[in-house]
Design a binder for this molecule. Structure first.
Ligand SMILES: [Zn+2]
Length: 159
């Protein structure tokens, strides 16, 4: 069930967006300055707000339970992520490789042939699975950066 959760990530905890997308969650970054707009978006789209702003969690829509908002305690991204995982008891069976880390779009599968001209020859030779973001057209594959991130995430979930 928790995999259906959607988030809106305040700019003051912006790093959480990438982590959540890495786990396969729909995590929208909010970089505006109008809290009211963020609250309205969260309500309209059924998103959980992640923020360090105490004003937001004091709002009536949050205190009466209409809107879920988590007040993040730590300055440190790994601690922040741990708090989110624990508070919502997020599923450890995360689905990396499904959401674009940059723009939060669902990735689409691409065949090797389709990406041949767009990835480095070494990658083409060694990787078989590719995904493309329909919005920014980044190509994703299970390279070293991806592996480093999942390793970090797994460690975070265990401890
Ligand atoms: Zn993208």
């Amino acid at each position: 069930m928790t995999s259906n959760l959607k988030f809106i990530v305040d700019i003051n905890v912006g790093k959480l967006a990438k982590w959540l997308r890495m786990m396969g969650y729909d995590a929208l970054s909010f970089d505006g300055s109008d809290d009211g707009q963020m609250v309205a978006m969260a309500l309209a789209e059924g998103r959980v707000i992640l923020t360090r702003d105490t004003q937001i969690v004091r709002r009536r829509v949050v205190t009466n339970g209409q809107l879920k908002a988590i007040l993040i305690q730590s300055d440190e991204p790994e601690q922040q992520m741990r708090q989110v995982v624990e508070t919502l008891t997020l599923d450890c069976q995360f689905r990396p490789f499904t959401v674009c880390l940059e723009c939060n779009q669902l990735l689409e599968k691409r065949s090797k042939q389709e990406v041949q001209a767009r990835v480095p020859p070494y990658v083409f030779k060694t990787q078989g699975q590719y995904m493309e973001c329909p919005s920014c057209h980044r190509i994703y594959w299970r390279g070293t950066h991806w592996e480093a991130m999942t390793k970090k995430l797994k460690k975070l979930m265990k401890s």
